[in-house]
Design a protein around this ligand. Sequence first.
Ligand code: SF4
Length: 213
Amino acid sequence: MDLNVRPEQMMSYAPYFDRLAVVFRKMDACYDTAATEYGFACSGCQDSCCQTRFYHHTLIEYFYVKSGLDCLSPPDRQIIQSRALEANAYWRNHREPSLAAMCPLNEAGRCRLYLYRPMICRLHGIPHELNHPVKGRALGPGCHEFEKQCSGKAYFPFDRTPLYRELAELEKTFRQKTGIVTKMKMTVAEMLMDCFKLPATTKKMMLPPIDIL
Ligand code: SF4
């Protein structure tokens, strides 16, 4: 997928990014409320969710990650580019979900684009529910670390439905703004490859320096 846009187009997306930041703050607040209720602390687990192959499905999350990436220095971007290539190469050769590659944005346990990270990075780990108008209520489990720390505790209501809905509505208006209709299903590593304009098969030694991309 090539979602290459001109810098002035990126600038025109700023109001949509502001709205996304508001939605993300709500997600963070809902997560924090539930985590506090359980007494759950997400830190230093072996089974890091940053090693999980999550797919992201909105264009606006892609461009928000890109806007964060654009703020980093060329050397930092070069490091991330290199890691994105390694992660993509790993996933190409290991399709089994149990085999993990670290997200290229994770540096010593910290997210290099923490403020810009996608929705699932904010919500994963805490038991939740989704309420579909036709299919009804579906419950989702907590992560392994949650089970270790909080198994046996009563479920604290954490309904992702209104949060998903807000993001979907924003995505709809953002798509109208951009005119881009391409479906999204990308890992963060794939988003980064696209931001760096690298095809999935690019060899590491063929890369140009980041500042001339
Ligand atoms: S974007 Fe950040 S929080 Fe999300 S998986 Fe990557 S390093 Fe982890």
